[in-house]
Design a protein. Structure first.
Length: 367
């Protein structure tokens, strides 16, 4: 029987941990799973509502670290997590994604000789200015078992000298969550509540420091989006970081005069219901590039690179960067092509069964 600590820290972690935890709970002769929430994200809208929507129990351990600079936040997670590992003596610690909680907990385990498995390993944007890229590279280099979502990730890991026997291509566990909840999300009233039911609209998310922390960059992106909104209304659930920057830079009035509708961050089910009905998604998120791929929704990625090239290969995702003219041109192209919805092409092993494969592999680790 394997005791596994599943680490959940920030919003994009929760939908990856949920199906793995549920699968472990279904196999009580093989697994004793626990959830450790670092508290990197702590607002009800960024955390608790996801646990509710995903049917996850309250975390077994809550570290309550909160916000801070990268060094402070990472260090706090490490100091709070170390005694938990020493007390619980898990057989495995499972970290997901690329947030500060991922590297912090992996590093604690590597130093204590506790085995770490990394879910969503091998993704590379090749942009080291992105904090997540540093987290990915470091976490992969110290993990004992690396679960990949696509085969380009296997190639990246091979190039970095990670032994092949540690790498297991299992597919995308976030898509397990998507498939499990798509039907349930139909009960959400969010489209009606926002007055977009049965109408054409776009969904926008924006929270990368590189896009929102610099006044000039954010201003340019907003110019483009305001022009796009003249043709297609945009619903914009705003991340707390972005909300703060919009206020700091005094952009509120400009947005209020446009057809961009700012709303608070949505829970998992409401957000799924919202984007799944969108004509187009514009985002700098990683997960949304993948979710739109599976649903066949055109996605404009407002970044110069992506660690998820398979989403481009499948045909739904277009990298448009942050140049206002390029954003406008790409958006108008999607809108003019009335057959915008691309037939959903689903990447290999994004089949809703990844959690099962992860559990099977944990039972057969490398020698
Ligand atoms: C983190 C992840 C990022 C992920 C994103 C999803 C890292 C390095 N980055 O970025 O990869 O895409 O989460 O949201 O781990 N805040 C709140 N309430 C919260 C959480 C944050 O108000 O519950 C505010 C705080 O002012 C905080 C800021 O948002 O300083 C940034 O939060 P932080 O966790 O540092 O990084 P994110 O930008 O959310």
């Amino acid at each position: 029987m394997l005791k596994v600590l599943n680490i959940a820290g920030a919003r994009p972690n929760f939908m990856k941990v949920a199906p793995i935890y549920a699968e472990m709970k279904r196999r009580p002769e093989e697994f004793v799973p626990m959830i450790v929430h670092t508290g990197q994200h702590y607002d009800a809208a960024m955390s608790d509502s996801f646990f509710d929507d995903l049917g996850m129990p309250k975390p077994d351990v809550y570290l309550g670290v909160g916000s801070g600079s990268h060094a402070v936040q990472t260090a706090k997670i490490m100091t709070e997590f170390e005694p938990v590992v020493l007390r619980e003596k898990p057989d495995w610690v499972l970290v997901v994604g690329d947030v500060n909680s991922t590297i912090a907990c992996a590093l604690v385990c590597a130093k204590l000789g506790i085995k770490v498995a990394h879910v969503e390993a091998g993704l590379r944007s090749r942009d080291r200015a992105m904090p997540e890229e540093i987290n990915r590279i470091l976490t992969d280099s110290i993990s004992d078992l690396l679960f990949t979502t696509s085969q380009d990730a296997d190639v990246n890991l091979e190039r970095e000298g990670i032994p092949a026997e540690r790498v297991r291509f299992v597919g995308n566990v976030m898509i397990d969550s998507l498939m499990d909840h798509l039907k349930i999300a139909e009960n959400s009233t969010v489209r009606g509540d926002l007055g977009v039911d049965g109408r054409d609209y776009a969904v926008l998310t924006l929270h990368r420091p590189s896009n929102v922390d610099d006044k000039g960059t954010l201003s340019g992106i907003l110019d483009a989006l305001i022009a796009v909104a003249e043709k297609l209304p945009i619903v914009f659930p705003v991340h707390p970081r972005t909300r703060a920057k919009i206020e700091e830079f005094g952009f509120g009035a400009r947005i209020a005069g446009s057809d961009i509708r700012l709303i608070d961050p949505l829970g998992y089910l409401d957000f799924m219901r919202l984007y799944s009905g969108a004509k187009m998604v514009m985002t700098d998120s990683g997960g949304l590039q993948e979710e739109t791929t599976v649903l066949g929704i055109p996605c404009l990625t407002l970044r110069n690179n992506t660690e998820r090239p398979i989403t481009i290969e499948m045909g739904t995702n277009i990298l448009v960067g942050t140049d206002p003219e390029k954003i406008k041109r790409a958006a108008f192209n999607v809108l003019e092509n009335k057959a915008a919805a691309v037939a959903a092409k689903i990447p290999p092993l994004w089949d809703g069964k990844t959690a099962g494969r992860i559990c099977d592999e944990l039972l057969e680790p490398p020698a």
